[in-house]
Design a protein around this ligand. Structure first.
Ligand code: NDP
Length: 297
């Protein structure tokens, strides 16, 4: 008998994740705020388009959410069409949102009052990793709940890591993405300075990528997206801004000196404001180029 699963949030990464759950082992219901996306998904896959969050989760053993923020997940709980109207005791909510620990802990506590489990399970690996089912999934919450969720997580991801209590996955994801932001910004500053000093960016990256300054940004993002000026839209700058803000908050909450993360949060907030909601995260480079009055070339 197939296991009943609901997936809420068919965005850039949610859609390819949900595709891995549209298999005979699972009976899948999908819900999306813009209903047309859920209907298109259901027409193309073995899935039912649900009319509301409550409708999607009714009777489900597992509920996977993948929304921009934990606050968006929390807002979905209440109301006649909300998650709590459809969820039953014994269901497990797997929140793949890159969320914030405090809100995840609040959601977990509210669900626990009704005997509903919750784990935070943000992902890394990008849209390509989601398409290939090769995501890394970092989990916060009870180990027994993680063990129960494993068949669902394994369908979407390759490396599944238990990070600690509820919120630990969110915290780790935010710090990882703060480091991504630092790398993007530092490579951009370095290549701009070098191009003014007469070193071509291709030459600079050739050396850096064989040396100790290399990173995923220098090895992949800059050659594929910046030097080509392609800047494909795969992960919105607005979401990276949110992630760095969460990391900055975690560092402040823990009273850890964190000038670099705090400054990076400011820079990415400013870049997000300047470039808008649809800009890709790598386009933060364009914000620095505007300040510098020239492109990396
Ligand atoms: P998108 O912006 O592409 O999609 C967001 C999804 O959430 C859409 O389905 C949107 O619905 C829905 N949504 C937005 N606001 C609300 C709301 N208030 N209530 C209900 N639904 C809402 O985001 P991604 O898919 O890229 O990202 C989802 C999560 O995954 C984020 O937390 C992100 O940080 C994380 N992530 C993304 C990666 C990527 O490469 N894209 C990589 C790793 C993590 P609608 O269709 O109506 O707009």
């Amino acid at each position: 008998m197939s296991v009943s699963v609901a997936f809420l949030g068919l965005g850039a990464i949610g859609t390819p994740m949900a595709r891995h759950l549209a298999i005979p082992e699972f009976s899948l219901a999908v819900w999306n705020r813009t209903a047309a996306k859920a209907q298109a998904f259901a027409a193309a896959h073995q899935a039912r388009a649900a009319a509301s969050p409550a409708d999607a989760v009714r009777g489900a053993s597992f509920v996977v959410t993948c929304l921009p923020t934990s606050k968006a997940v929390e807002t979905l709980l209440d109301g006649p069409d909300g998650l709590l109207a459809g969820l039953a005791a014994g269901t497990l909510v797997v929140d793949c949102t890159s969320g914030d620990p405090a809100t995840s802990q609040r959601i977990a506590a509210r669900l626990a009052e009704r005997g509903i489990g919750f784990i935070d399970a943000p992902v890394s690996g990008g849209v390509i990793g989601a398409e290939n089912g090769k995501l890394t999934i970092m989990v916060g919450g009870d180990a027994a709940l993680l063990a129960r969720a494993m068949p669902v997580l394994k369908a979407m991801g390759e490396k599944i890591v238990h990070c600690g209590a509820v919120g630990a996955g969110d915290a780790l994801k935010a710090v990882n993405n703060a480091m991504l932001a630092v790398h993007i910004w530092s490579v951009a500053e370095g290549l701009l300075a070098l191009s003014r000093a007469g070193v071509k960016p291709e030459v600079a990256l050739d050396v850096i990528n064989a040396s100790s300054g290399r990173s995923n940004s220098s090895m992949n993002l800059f050659p594929e997206r910046v030097l080509t000026r392609a800047f494909p839209r795969t992960f919105r700058l607005a979401l990276l801004d949110k992630d760095v803000m969460i990391a900055a908050q975690v560092a402040r909450d823990e009273k850890v000196p964190s000038p670099l993360i705090q400054m990076t949060a400011e820079l990415f907030r400013a870049a997000h404001q300047a470039l808008g909601e649809e800009a890709d995260h790598v386009e933060a480079v364009k914000y620095l180029e505007q300040m510098a009055g020239g492109e990396i070339s």
